[in-house]
Design a protein around this ligand. Structure first.
Ligand code: SF4
Length: 66
């Protein structure tokens, strides 16, 4: 039985998230803001519920029309 992956919270909707799969089938949520700003951990503790660096992903809903 596969366990559901842990929710990443805000990061899942954030343009700074990069999902990094490992060889064991897990996927880690990496914060790319950590490259330039040490206030952001590379792998934030999940789920992230609040984050001053959150910026919504732009292309997730773009171009869908309605
Ligand atoms: S900036 Fe915040 S919300 Fe966005 S990926 Fe990093 S930790 Fe997650």
């Amino acid at each position: 039985m596969n366990a559901a992956p842990p929710p990443h919270g805000l990061c899942d909707a954030c343009r700074h998230q990069r999902l990094v799969p490992n060889t064991r089938g897990s996927v880690f949520s990496l914060c790319e803001r950590s490259r330039e700003d040490p206030d952001f951990p590379r792998y934030p503790r999940l789920p992230v519920l609040r984050c001053p660096g959150f910026e919504p992903t732009e292309d997730r809903d773009a171009g869908k029309g309605d």
